[in-house]
Design a protein around this ligand. Structure first.
Ligand SMILES: NC(=O)c1ccc[n+]([C@@H]2O[C@H](COP(=O)([O-])OP(=O)(O)OC[C@H]3O[C@@H](n4cnc5c(N)ncnc54)[C@H](OP(=O)(O)O)[C@@H]3O)[C@@H](O)[C@H]2O)c1
Length: 317
């Protein structure tokens, strides 16, 4: 099969952790061509995707970009859609998601995969505020009503949150890890950089099998206490848990959040939701992604593979 005949997959947020994983996995499979959508053609991440063989297309990722999105999706057999991190009071996530989905229909794309989360508002009967979950669920509902074949992925919490957002700090000879979850609460986690691609490759390889389905992506189900015990065993460093899941705990370790009260409410709402209702709805098979890809990293394997020893990482953005 010549390169031209391979199905073309357009990837929104191709330089993101999720998008980068999808782009690299599809290209390495040699079964797909990739069109990488980015705002910045000359970023290190965009250039490295180009080197891997992706076609790079510049598109602004904000509502009102319908024309650019349709042009970027033209000729694609499939599209991977994700929304970037959008903090309240901004409310652009759902309109952006709907616009992307509309553009794929308009462009005649064959199958779309959208990265979604649960509808926290609905599940908690309006008692928990987590718009970055609920807005994605509303986009997924919107996609279900469109005349296009579609699937959803639903990633667990990212291990990378501890590396780029809730960064440990050194006190004497001990690393303090302020974690946004209660110490003994077991939550699902995953490495978006290595686990997203294999799942999306499987979906685009068998779109009929996964049409209408929501696939959770999980690398481990583990508590902060277990994460820190593992961290100490793997790195040989002294480490202790610190509470960043209550308002006081969060603001003690991350006082900068106090400038955005809605963001504080969202972070607390997300955690309360996860603890009280479970991160994933009970209908999901949380073993599915690990059966599909036995190389999906658990926390210990993540630490051993990345060599992380508590320092801040930015993932190139
Ligand atoms: N953290 C978690 O635990 C977790 C779990 C499940 C789901 N999620 C969801 O995953 C999404 C983020 O995925 P990710 O972490 O893979 O993304 P990421 O690494 O933060 O990258 C976001 C990408 O979006 C593009 N972008 C466009 N507009 C942007 C903007 N206004 N701000 C920042 N980036 C922008 C950037 O690409 P260019 O600069 O190349 O355009 C960037 O590469 C969020 O919607 C989040 O809610 C997160």
């Amino acid at each position: 099969m010549s390169t031209k005949e391979k199905p073309l997959i357009a990837i929104v947020g191709a330089t993101s952790k999720q998008g980068r994983s999808v782009a690299a996995t599809l290209l390495r499979s040699e079964r797909f061509r990739v069109r990488a959508l980015t705002r910045k053609k000359d970023s290190t991440e965009a250039l490295s995707l180009e080197k891997l063989g992706a076609e790079i297309v510049t598109v602004p990722l904000e509502p009102g970009s319908q024309k650019d999105l349709i042009a970027a999706f033209k000729g694609a057999d499939g599209a991977f859609l994700m929304t970037p991190p959008i903090a309240p009071p901004q409310t652009t996530e759902a309109p952006l998601g709907r616009e992307m989905a509309d553009a794929t229909v308009e462009a005649g794309v064959g199958h779309i995969v959208f990265s979604t989360l649960e509808n926290v508002d609905k599940i908690s009967a309006g008692t928990k505020y987590a718009p970055h979950f609920t807005d994605k669920a509303c986009v997924a509902d919107y996609i279900r009503g469109l005349p296009i074949s579609h699937s959803f992925i639903m990633p667990a919490f990212f291990y990378t949150n501890l590396l780029e957002y809730y960064v440990p700090r050194l006190e004497g000879d001990t690393l303090l890890l302020p974690v946004y979850l209660p110490e003994d609460f077991r939550a699902p986690f995953v490495d978006p950089l290595t686990a997203t691609g294999p799942v999306v490759l499987e979906i685009f390889s068998n779109p009929g099998r996964y049409n209408g389905k929501t696939l959770p992506i999980v690398g481990d189900i583990i508590s902060p206490r277990e994460m820190i015990e593992t961290f100490q065993r793997v790195t040989g460093l002294k480490a202790e848990y610190r509470n960043a899941f209550t308002r006081n705990g969060l603001l003690q370790y991350f006082p900068e959040f106090a400038a955005n009260e809605l963001l504080v409410r969202e972070l607390l709402g997300m955690v309360e939701y996860a603890v009280e209702y479970g991160y994933f709805g009970k209908e999901h098979d949380l073993e599915w992604s690990r059966r599909l890809n036995p190389d999906t990293l658990n926390w210990e394997q993540y630490l051993r593979t990345t060599g992380w020893r508590g320092h801040r990482r930015s993932f190139g953005l």
